[in-house]
Design a protein around this ligand. Structure first.
Ligand code: NAD
Length: 553
């Protein structure tokens, strides 16, 4: 709620509330993260991904808003886990905001310590794009999810998911992209969620096609669509730890199985089996320890069912929520015998610095995104998969909050496109500046051994210098805001990652910043993978002239 007790919604148009477009952009993006259309639980400042928040508490939120409004063009606001702590004079090319979210000293980096500190009001869980103010709703992950399922289709099903059934769970902020991504790849999906309101939200935003009332109905609908070769996504209210074993009992084996419940956070992200939603919420409040222990047990059973489905022939992969780790800790020794989605399907793209690149129209005018879509189709006409993506996105994706777009662009492509956008703002072709950023599901800014850096070629999975270098170099290059986070995606103790956003306001200064930041940021992704020995990354570095001292020898 804003100070007038109204729902939060970013301002649109060209009139500034702040003293410059970069501060204005941060202000609008913070508010956009908390827009009812965008966030999962905006009343609690929760954007997505369990308890991923945009600000620590309401006083902090209002204080950030007022600081951004008065911030000068040569000042930098510092945010410590969702709370504004200082404003310093820096210089015009420096970031206007620097954020550090959920970081804990390694030996203390666990949920127990985090919850203690959170209760005392000393920290906040920033997830990935929640605390770094560049969340754009479920669209933010649709292409990544589509890329994953499309690669799965190429590897196992001759290039299309037509005639296949995927079973998954979790229809939250990110998981809600799964049904649309599967149908875009021509497949059928049964998507289980314990919370009917999450299923309804995906129906309202056209991410989900139908709701089944029982498992029998879901399976029947899915098998019919599979037989007819038509894409269909089916929502089913249920607990994955109960539904998957029930599928096994019935002898139903889907073609693909994965999961996007918020298993990374056993207290807030995963409902133990046997509990209706409201009863689970009561237990969570009254006996958090009992809740955590039951949630972990259910996750173990969930993973056991996934392992059994794999044995019976399904393609099974972990979708970046750390559920294998929880099951392993609960005694399921072979929990890691199905792979994570990054080593299975995504890493070759990381080697070229590719990842979810996004931009947002501060005008609020969908026509601005339309025009940038056209530019992608012209500038990158030789990249057919990319153009096909843009055409599909235009057809299928409803905007949530400020109009935005996402696509996977790599090293070189990002700087080229950023420059073009800035020119369009300068010429008045676009009606207001554009915010350019990315997810933390990224090539060079994440250390996450059960996800982005799982099974690195040189064994450097847990080396966490890379996200720190990413934040430092993007700060040096003049990004508009830069953030360093802990625990996103997979939970406390399991990841360090950095975010960056850069604003195209049509000025010559912005053009220089965009050129630098959109080069250093994906460039480090190429370097990180070249350093780990990936031939594709080494070739990309050589072909594009990225200077890597070890390769020059
Ligand atoms: P979210 O918290 O918004 O949604 C989680 C959903 O899971 C909720 O709708 C909840 O009702 C449901 N759920 C909880 N327990 C359940 C159970 N036992 N059975 C069925 N449904 C259950 O989270 P999100 O933003 O959708 O993210 C989901 C997970 O995916 C997180 O762990 C997140 O870190 C991870 N993630 C993955 C990627 C990726 O690219 N793979 C990207 C971002 C986030």
């Amino acid at each position: 709620m804003n100070l007038n007790n109204e729902p939060i919604r970013a301002k649109r148009g060209t009139a500034l509330t702040a003293k410059g477009w970069v501060q204005e952009a941060a202000l609008r993006m913070l508010m956009n993260n908390l827009d009812e259309e965008v966030a999962e639980h905006p009343d609690q400042l929760v954007v997505y991904g369990g308890i991923g928040k945009a600000a620590r508490n309401w006083p902090s939120y209002h204080s950030i808003v007022s600081s951004l409004t008065t911030l000068d063009n040569d000042e930098t606001l510092l945010i410590q886990s969702g709370k504004p702590v200082a404003v310093f004079k820096t210089h015009e090319d420096a970031p206007r905001v620097l954020l550090a979210n959920s970081n804990l000293v390694p030996a203390w980096a666990n949920w127990e310590t985090f919850h203690e500190l959170d209760k005392k009001g000393l920290t906040m869980y920033g997830q990935m794009t929640a605390g770094s103010w560049i969340y754009i709703g479920s669209q933010g992950i649709v292409q990544g999810t589509y890329e994953t399922f499309a690669e799965c289709a190429r590897q196992h099903f001759g290039g299309s998911l037509k005639g296949t059934i995927t079973v998954t769970a979790g229809l939250g902020g990110m998981g809600g992209a799964q049904p649309l991504a599967v149908t875009m790849a021509n497949g059928v999906a049964i998507c289980v969620d314990v919370d009917r309101s999450r299923i309804d939200k995906r129906m309202e935003t056209n991410y989900l096609d139908i709701v089944a009332h029982t498992l029998t109905e879901a399976i029947e609908e899915a098998e019919l669509a599979k037989k007819e070769g038509i894409p269909l996504s089916i929502g089913l209210v249920g607990n994955a730890a109960e539904v998957l074993p029930e599928m096994l009992d019935r002898g139903f084996v889907p073609d693909i199985v994965t999961d996007q419940t918020s298993a990374h956070d056993p207290l807030n992200g995963y409902l133990p089996k046997g509990f209706p939603l409201e009863q689970g919420q009561v237990l969570r409040r009254e006996d958090p320890q009992a809740y955590i222990s039951l949630a972990k047990k259910s996750m173990a059973e969930h993973v056991e069912a996934m392992l059994e489905l794999k044995k019976r022939g399904a393609i099974v992969f972990d979708y970046g929520n750390n559920i294998r780790q929880v099951a392993f800790d609960e005694g399921i020794r072979d929990a890691f015998s199905f792979p994570g989605f990054v080593p299975a399907y995504i890493r070759p793209q990381f080697c070229e610095g590719k990842g979810p690149f996004r931009w947002v129209a501060l005008s609020g005018d969908p026509a601005d995104i339309d025009k940038t879509d056209e530019v992608i189709l012209q500038e990158f006409a030789d990249n057919e998969p990319l153009c096909q993506w843009i055409r599909m996105a235009r057809r299928h994706i409803s905007f949530q909050g400020l109009p935005a777009r996402i696509c996977w662009l790599g090293y070189g492509e990002r700087a080229r496109f950023g420059k073009r956008i800035n020119e369009m703002v300068a010429s008045g072709e676009l009606s207001a500046p554009i915010v350019i950023g990315r997810d933390h599901l990224d090539a060079g800014s994440v250390a996450s051994p059960n996800r982005e850096t799982e099974a690195m070629k040189d064994g450097s999975d847990a080396v966490a210098d890379w996200p720190i270098l990413n934040a430092l170099v993007n700060t040096a290059a003049g990004a508009s805001w830069v953030s360093v986070h802990h625990g996103g995606g997979v939970g406390m103790g399991y990841s360090l990652h950095a975010g960056m956003v850069v604003v195209a306001d049509g000025t010559a200064e912005a053009a220089r910043r965009l050129e630098r930041v959109l080069t250093t940021d994906p460039g480090l992704g190429v370097v990180r993978h070249a350093d780990a020995g990936y031939q594709k990354a080494i070739e990309t570095a050589k072909a594009t002239g990225i200077v890597i001292p070890a390769l020059a020898r």
